[in-house]
Design a protein around this ligand. Structure first.
Ligand code: SF4
Length: 95
């Protein structure tokens, strides 16, 4: 497993092919889609469709295993999203 310390790249340049960094909630695309690393912190007023049982690890676009703490997401190339995270593009993973 790769641990990336501290600094998240905030630039809009394309993602590097190097070790994936954890997606920051302040990433422009993350902000646009209301991504939170903790599904329980999602703004209920802004996203009434959100339910706390919805997490990245149960999302169709999550590329990791359901038990992974972080994993790639098809929407955020080169970044890792939190298994317990959520964004408004959440789609229930097919069984
Ligand atoms: Fe998480 Fe799914 Fe949003 Fe990706 S699309 S950040 S896996 S909820």
């Amino acid at each position: 497993m790769c641990v990336v310390a501290g600094s998240a790249a905030l630039g809009t340049s394309h993602a590097s092919a190097q070790a994936a960094a954890t997606l920051s909630e302040s990433d422009p695309q993350a902000v646009a889609l209301g991504y939170r690393a903790d599904t329980t912190k999602v703004d209920a007023a802004k996203f009434p469709q959100h339910q706390a049982t919805q997490m990245c690890n149960g999302c169709q676009l999550f590329q990791g295993k359901a038990t992974d703490a972080t994993g790639p997401c098809q929407l955020y190339a080169g970044k890792l999203v939190a298994g317990k995270g959520w964004c408004s593009a959440w789609v229930k993973r097919a069984a």
